[in-house]
Design a protein around this ligand. Structure first.
Ligand code: CTP
Length: 396
């Protein structure tokens, strides 16, 4: 696994060296990022030798500004050990005044924290509230445990032992998609009619962006091809497209490198003939010639090999499930996400959705109405079950 170890200012920082050593022994790749005060307790040199990589400890070093962004796409897990009360507060509130806190904002992937502080601090309502906020965002905690503290007192606040931290980071990080390369398409295509007009559809890109965000949060390396101008989730590489033709070129270039393709984009089924110059009302009545476009998914998935392909089927009217099943087969998909776009309050342009997941092996999973981010997790649960079934030995 590719792990960023964040070290913050605490007397327990010396134990983080043992965490690096144990991760390296397991075969993990480790890059270390310091908080502002970590260097008062331990030296970057120790960590660069143990990790075999330079330590990001100076926010204002010439390469640091780009490095924290590059690292965000690289890492499958951010592990902060020790996590001081200050580091926890910065993560909870999005304060970015040191390398670790700044990195955390561009990370996007799974996060595990191993707190270390005096018991009075750990029990303070401010810290408890920050921990609650982080937990609600899916951040996992290992420890703190009860035992002797730096002050000479005893109580809860001692950092968990390195062995336990490593075990928790790897097995409880929910990084079930770590090591998986995911390609997600999202949003509408726009087909030009003339230099200033286009034909498009009602897709907002919400579902595809939510899929990219959740895949990244579960440890995947994510490329998002999007026709929407929604914000790109942290840690995700995004490429924008306009037309179905642009999307086809991007898919052709990116498909071979992925393990999973999720095709949430609403691709034009008809391509208008484009006028070479702007059309004017004074030109008189016009009709629009539309030619059927290529089925991008069917063409790319025909050479999928062992890749997993997820299609979408936006259906309305009678016989929907039957049509969705036919699309599942015609598009060489492993799963199809079928939704009834005729219903109120779900589907296109909405925050919620309600879908049924159908698999090529006959599974049928009904997902009741919920926010698109939660629908995205249900889709990744389905993909993850297919991945772990195929991967021998199981990936961690
Ligand atoms: N799709 C595609 N290329 C197209 C049209 C659709 O790759 N030209 C993909 C979509 O991204 C989606 C799936 O195929 O994952 C199903 O899309 P949908 O519009 O429901 O089906 P169509 O194949 O377009 O069939 P129809 O519109 O006739 O129902």
């Amino acid at each position: 696994m590719k792990i960023i170890l964040g070290v913050s200012g605490s007397i327990a920082a010396f134990k983080a060296a043992d965490v690096v050593r144990r991760l390296r022994e397991r075969g993990d790749e480790v890059r270390v990022v310091f908080s502002k005060s970590a260097g008062k307790f331990v030296a970057p040199l120790t960590f660069s030798v143990l990790s075999g990589n330079p330590v990001l400890s100076d926010m204002f070093a010439p390469s640091a500004a780009v490095e924290h962004v590059a690292l965000a796409g690289w890492a499958e897990l951010l592990l902060v050990a020790p996590a001081s009360a200050d580091a926890i507060a910065k993560l909870a509130h999005g304060i970015a005044d040191d390398p670790l806190a700044t990195y955390a904002l561009s990370h996007g992937g799974p996060i595990v924290l191993a707190p270390a502080m005096e018991s009075a601090m750990w029990e303070h309502p401010a810290v408890a509230e920050n921990v609650r906020v982080l937990r609600s965002r899916g951040v996992r905690f290992v420890g703190p445990v009860s035992g002797p503290l730096a002050s000479g007192r005893a109580g809860v606040g001692r950092m968990a032992e390195p062995e336990e931290i490593v075990e928790a980071a790897i097995f409880r990080s929910a990084a079930d998609l770590a090591g998986t390369k995911v390609l997600v398409t999202a949003g509408p295509t726009r087909e030009p009619i003339d230099p200033v007009r286009f034909v498009s559809n009602r897709s907002s890109g919400r579902m595809g962006h939510a899929l990219a965000e959740r895949a990244r949060a579960r440890g995947a390396e994510v490329v998002l091809l999007t026709g929407s101008d929604r914000p790109v989730p942290p840690g995700v590489e995004a490429v924008r497209f306009e037309t179905a033709g642009d999307l086809k070129s991007l898919l052709d270039a990116r498909f071979d490198a992925c393990d999973v393709l999720v095709m949430a984009a609403a691709v034009a089924d008809f391509v208008p003939e484009k006028a070479p110059r702007r059309l004017h009302r004074s030109d008189g009545p016009r009709s629009l010639a539309l030619s059927p476009g290529e089925d991008l998914l069917a063409s790319v998935a025909a050479r999928k090999g062992s890749r997993i392909v997820v299609a979408f089927a936006a259906e309305a009217g009678d016989g929907q499930e039957e049509r969705a099943r036919r699309k599942l087969a015609a598009k060489h998909a492993d799963w199809i996400v079928w939704n009834d776009v005729g219903r109120e309050g779900v589907g296109f342009e909405s925050d919620d959705n309600e879908v049924v997941l159908l698999s090529a092996t006959g599974q049928r999973v009904e997902v009741s109405r919920r926010p698109k981010k939660e629908i995205a997790d249900k889709i990744w649960d389905a993909v993850s079950s297919t991945l772990s079934w195929r991967t021998i030995p199981a990936k961690i």
